[in-house]
Write a protein of this length. Structure first.
Length: 138
């Protein structure tokens, strides 16, 4: 499987998963589930919302990378950039989500440590795509 196919397949599956997470969060809100809505759980709501929002955005970034690789003549998405974008879309939202599962005196749990790793992978992946596109001969 080439990198554009991998990005598109992953991106659409990730988009579905993160949109489903958003629907679950709306359902928790709609049914006024105390574990999610009580006053002492603002951090949990924030972490879960950030997981949903970032996951959805990163899924779209992977779809955009796959479409870019297909539509720009002569451009091939480098494997390291491809994998960086995939892992960023998993690790950063997972870090927010896991950080919200167990809250320690108003602070997120240890899962939050995945967020900077995912952010660095995202920066590398996007930067690599931008650099490779800029270096192409016109």
């Amino acid at each position: 499987m080439n990198t554009s196919d991998r990005q598109l397949r992953f991106g659409w599956r990730a988009l579905l998963a993160y949109l489903l997470l958003g629907i679950v969060l709306e359902t928790l809100h709609g049914f006024k589930v105390a574990w999610y809505l009580d006053v002492g759980h603002e951090m949990r709501r924030l972490m879960f919302t950030l997981a949903h929002a970032h996951g959805t955005l990163f899924a779209l970034i992977n779809i955009a990378a796959g479409l870019t690789a297909r539509s720009v003549e002569g451009f091939e998405l480098a494997a390291p950039a491809s994998w960086a974008l995939l892992w960023a879309a998993l690790l950063l939202p997972a870090g927010f989500f896991l950080g919200g599962v167990v809250i320690h005196e108003g602070d997120p749990g240890l899962g939050i440590l995945l967020v900077p790793v995912g952010a660095l992978l995202l920066l590398y992946g996007v930067g690599r795509v931008a650099r490779d596109l800029a270096r192409m001969k016109r």
